[in-house]
Design a protein around this ligand. Structure first.
Ligand SMILES: O=C(O)CCC(=O)C(=O)O
Ligand SMILES: [Fe+2]
Length: 275
């Protein structure tokens, strides 16, 4: 049993408090951020594609009893309300805009951990970026609870003092394997809650020892001057991106960073040379 726990707040807590806690602790939960009706709608939209394709993502990292699905905005229109939730964007503003003008979705993945799955290897998302800058968080991650997250069913595991490893790359340390279990906390939270964690935070999916799946929607947000983990321009047809509200379209990457980076004709902010 872990001695650590993750701070958790009600949904009426100010985003400043949530963001300050996230930056200090590496992880934070907002309980009941959205209604069960919205969560059920998202889960229902994901059901068929997850059943049809979820097993295609099985591997040593993702697990062999875990179903996953990428390009979520292609199949679940309601998931746009989670990815662009105003509270989430306020927390992402505070976390990421210290180092960029705007940020974007890195990846968006439904993750359903089935009974019998073992704990995922502890890791940091975004360590695929070949250089780390101490003190700069390249990404912020959100995990929406599409079911209750419990200790038994595989709630996400977070290392509460990952801080010591800030700026250290995977290849340079074996510390991930030797982490003291007492420093690992689980994101126990009711359906409709959201867990946020930083790029520097070591974490992983939990083991599912229960009899029903643990279901979540993972979203990463990366600094606007970095390449996105999933190539959003190729995984989602342009018409699908264009069919979403401007905030979502921009989050998908259809926006320049500043005036010159990532520009294209028709870009709402950047400078296109032929315009
Ligand atoms: O499923 C989870 O709780 C976490 C999954 C995760 O961290 C990952 O796949 O990168
Ligand atoms: Fe992860």
């Amino acid at each position: 049993m872990s001695e650590s726990n993750i701070k958790s707040f009600d949904s009426n807590t100010s985003s400043d408090v949530i963001a300050a806690t996230l930056l200090k602790e590496g992880g934070v939960i907002v309980r009941n951020q959205v209604s069960n009706a919205l969560i059920d709608k998202v889960a229902q939209e994901l059901r068929k594609p997850l059943d049809a394709k979820g097993h295609e993502f099985e591997n040593d990292f993702n697990g062999y009893k875990t179903r996953r699905l990428g390009a979520v905005l292609d199949v679940s229109r309601s998931s746009a309300e989670l990815v662009a939730h105003p509270g989430t964007l306020e927390v992402a503003d505070a976390t990421l805009k210290r180092h960029c003008d705007n940020y974007q979705i890195g990846s968006m993945t439904a993750i359903e951990i089935h009974p019998g799955e073992t704990a995922q290897i502890l890791h940091r998302d975004g360590d695929f970026y070949p250089i780390a800058i101490p003190g700069v968080e390249f990404q912020m991650q959100a995990m929406w609870a599409l079911s209750d997250f419990t200790e038994e069913n595989g709630a996400t595991r977070i290392v509460t003092d990952s801080d010591v490893l800030k700026g250290v790359k995977n290849a340079e340390t074996e510390a991930f394997e030797n982490i003291d279990e007492s420093k690992v906390a689980q994101a126990v939270m009711p359906k409709g809650s959201v867990l946020y964690w930083l790029q520097s935070t070591i974490h992983g999916g939990g083991a599912n020892k229960a009899s029903t799946p643990r279901s979540g929607l993972f979203v990463s947000y990366s600094l606007g001057w970095l390449r996105q983990e999933d190539n959003q321009y190729l995984i989602l047809p342009r018409e699908v991106a264009d069919s979403y509200p401007d905030t979502v379209r921009r989050l998908l990457g259809y926006q320049a960073h500043g005036k010159y980076l990532g520009i294209y004709p028709g870009d709402p902010d950047g400078c296109w040379w032929d315009a």
